[in-house]
Design a protein around this ligand. Sequence first.
Ligand code: NHR
Ligand code: GAR
Length: 216
Amino acid sequence: MTHRLAVLISGAGTNLQAILDHITAGELPATVSLVVSNRAAANGVAVARQAGLPVAVIDHREYPDRAAFDAAMIERIDAHGADTVALAGFMRILSPGFVRHYQGRLINIHPSLLPLYPGLNTHARALEAGDAEHGCSLHFVTDQLDGGPLIARASVPVLTNDSVETLSKRVQQQEHRLYPRVLRWRAEGRLQLTDQGVELDGEPLPATGMQIDAPA
Ligand code: NHR
Ligand code: GAR
């Protein structure tokens, strides 16, 4: 009766790897029931296969529209069972039907301190703005792109000579701590989305979610 995770990816799969490492280390009481990738060539597919996990490659280009692509994903995900569906670098905007189907079970990690910089190219936008801080956020997914209720955030400093590459690497180190921690809350039955908002251990979280920064 362990918590079943479906992980949706499009790219490198470093967050997937971090999730698997925490499961192996006994720090995340969950099992990955299925990895879904919309890109066959994504490195995350190799990560999943290496770990011996079931993988579904579902190429969005083979479907007439978003709703048909999303329906194909729902069919595969539900065939394997999912208590939580975790977007981990998944790059396709999800239709209202998909969001409704997994309402309260669907979580995304986004590479900015939301509500700052929803959408794409977040690191470049934080650098361009001259921000002193940047980071990542976990939120329940709604139809409002990157606008769903916040669960947790972690911040990092922006350094003087940062490039997109150096800054994104620093942010990703935090992603790899933050995602397994939040999934652990889910697996332990401690984290819910209610009509009142996000609750951890039955208590409402602040609108900015839990602040979880790197140990000094
Ligand atoms: N779907 C819904 N309904 N709501 C959210 O909050 C979602 C979502 C799907 C993905 C992740 C998000 C991110 O963290 C996410 C959040 C893709 C795009 C995008 O513009 C934007 C945000 C996110 C993911 N995708 C283009 C599209 O047309 C394609 C871009 C590409 O393929 O490279 O879907 O950043
Ligand atoms: C992560 O930094 C994640 O926050 C970001 O993509 C990267 C995926 O890395 N997500 C998005 O930009 C979603 N649009 P990974 O594949 O190595 O986990």
